[in-house]
Design a protein around this ligand. Structure first.
Ligand code: GLT
Ligand code: MN
Ligand code: MN
Length: 397
C-alpha cells in the first residue's frame, strides 16, 4: 500500500500560534525555565517559514508591562516590520489580565473597583494594539476571574461585573469604529480553584445577556473542556450551530489532569479526528457547514525541549491537523460509511408532520402506525461504523 505524502502546511490552511505558545520557556509551578525566551520578531520569521498563517498575542507578550509610550511604539513598529517582511498576520489579540499580582483576585470581577478600572484600561490599550495590528478577534480568557474562598462575593455579582465590563468594552470598540469581535474562552479551574463561567455552554448562555450579543462569540479550547470531562466536539458543535464559533484553541489534553496544552493530535486521536471532521465539514450537507476561522494552536512544547524541539512541536501540530483532515475526508468518502450514515427512509411520510406543530400535524402523527418493538429490535450498525473510523484513523483503509 502506498501512503499519501505528509502534507506541508500553507498559509491557506489558516494555522496560527500565540507568541506565548512557541515562546513558552518551560517554566511550571515546580520548576524554572528550561529554555530561553525567543524574540517575537524571530518567532514571526520562524512561523512564516513553517507555513503558518498568523501569530496571536497578549499585550505583554510583545510590550512589557509598564513600558513607556515611546518603548511601546518602537517595539510595535519593529514587530509590524517583521510581519510585513514575512507575510504573517495577527488575527487575534488579547490582554494579559492574570500574570501581574494586582489581578490575584480577578480583574473584571475583583471586589476592588480600582482593580476593575485598571483591567478596563489595560483592555482598552490591548484592543487598540490589536486593532493597530489588524486583528479581527479579541479574546477574553478570565484566568483569575474565580475563587478559592467562595464566601468572598456573591457569584451573581461576579456575573454582573463581568457583564458590565464586556458591555463597556463593546461600547469602546463601537465608539472607535474597530472591526473587532470578542471571543470568550471558558476554563473550569486553574489557576483559580474555580473559574466563573466554566464551560463553552455557560459562555453561550451568558452572551445572550449582553448589550451587544452580536459582537460576541466563543473561543473554546480542547484542554479546557476536556479537563472537565466534557465532550469538546459537542461544545464546539453547539457554538457553530449558534453562529458563535469565532476562534478555536487547539491542543492535546487527557481528561482529569491539569491544563496540559500538549501538541495537537498527540492525545485522544478519536476526539481530534472528530473535531477536525466537524470543523472541516467533511461529512457534507447532511451534517452542516465548515468552520472558516483561524485554527489556533494554544499549546507548547514539552519542558524537555530546546528551541529546535519547539519548532518540531509547531510542525507536529500542523501536520497532525492536516493528516486528520485527510483521514476525515477519506472516512466520509468511504462508501461503506456513507451507507451506514444514509438518512433513514421515511416510507410513512412522517417527517413533514414533525416540522411544526399544528392540530392537523398532531392528528397525522397520532394516526400513524408506529411499531416500537419492531424498531427496538433493529441493530444500528454503530459497531461497524466506529470500527471503520478507527481503521481510517490508523491509516488501514
Ligand atoms: C493562557 C491560557 C490560554 C488562553 C490564553 C489567552 S492565555 O495561556 O492558558 O488558554 O487562551 O489569554
Ligand atoms: Mn486557550
Ligand atoms: Mn490551556
Amino acid at each position: 500500500m502506498t501512503l499519501a505524502p505528509i502534507p506541508a502546511p500553507r498559509p491557506a490552511d489558516r494555522f496560527t500560534f500565540g507568541l506565548w505558545t512557541v515562546g513558552n520557556t518551560g517554566r511550571d509551578p515546580f520548576g524554572d525555565p528550561t529554555r530561553a525566551a525567543i524574540d517575537p520578531c524571530r518567532i514571526v520569521e520562524k512561523l512564516a517559514g513553517l507555513g503558518a498563517w498568523g501569530v496571536n498575542l497578549h499585550d505583554n507578550d510583545l510590550v512589557p508591562f509598564g513600558a513607556s509610550a515611546a518603548d511601546r511604539d518602537r517595539i510595535v513598529s519593529q514587530f509590524k516590520h517583521a510581519l510585513a517582511d514575512h507575510g504573517l498576520r495577527v488575527p487575534m489579540a488579547t490582554a494579559n489580565l492574570f500574570s501581574h499580582p494586582v489581578f490575584k483576585d480577578g480583574a473584571f470581577t475583583s471586589n476592588d473597583p480600582a482593580v476593575r478600572a485598571f483591567a478596563l484600561r489595560k483592555s482598552m490599550d490591548a484592543i487598540d494594539l490589536g486593532a493597530e495590528l489588524g486583528a479581527s478577534t479579541y479574546v477574553f480568557w478570565g484566568g483569575r476571574e474565580g475563587t478559592e474562598a467562595d464566601a468572598c462575593r456573591d457569584p451573581r455579582e461576579a456575573l454582573r461585573r463581568m457583564r458590565d465590563a464586556l458591555d463597556y468594552l463593546c461600547g469602546y470598540v463601537r465608539d472607535r469604529g474597530y472591526a473587532l469581535r470578542f471571543a470568550l474562552e471558558a476554563k473550569p479551574n486553574e489557576p483559580r480553584g474555580d473559574i466563573y463561567l466554566p464551560t463553552t455552554g455557560h459562555m453561550l448562555a451568558f452572551i445572550q445577556t449582553l448589550a451587544h450579543p452580536d459582537m460576541v462569540g466563543v473561543n473554546p479550547e480542547v484542554a479546557h473542556e476536556s479537563m472537565a470531562g466534557l465532550n469538546f466536539v459537542h461544545g464546539v458543535a453547539q457554538a457553530m450551530e449558534a453562529g458563535k464559533l469565532l476562534h478555536i484553541d487547539l491542543n492535546g489534553q487527557r481528561i482529569g489532569r491539569y491544563d496540559q496544552d500538549l501538541r495537537f493530535g498527540s492525545e485522544d486521536l478519536r476526539q481530534a479526528f472528530l473535531l477536525v471532521r466537524l470543523l472541516e465539514g467533511t461529512a457534507g450537507d447532511q451534517f452542516g457547514p465548515a468552520y472558516d476561522g483561524p485554527l489556533h494552536f494554544d499549546a507548547h512544547a514539552y519542558r524537555t525541549e530546546d528551541e529546535e524541539g519547539v519548532w518540531d512541536f509547531a510542525r507536529g501540530c500542523m501536520t497532525n491537523y492536516l493528516l486528520l483532515k485527510q483521514r476525515a475526508r477519506q472516512f466520509d468518502a468511504d462508501p461503506e460509511v456513507r451507507q451506514l450514515l444514509a438518512e433513514h427512509a421515511d416510507p410513512m411520510g412522517l417527517c413533514p408532520h414533525m416540522r411544526q406543530y399544528s392540530r392537523e400535524s398532531a392528528t397525522e402523527l397520532r394516526r400513524a402506525v408506529i411499531d416500537p418493538d419492531a424498531i427496538a429490535r433493529r441493530g444500528l450498525g454503530y459497531e461497524r461504523l466506529d470500527q471503520l473510523m478507527v481503521e481510517h484513523i490508523l491509516g488501514a483503509r
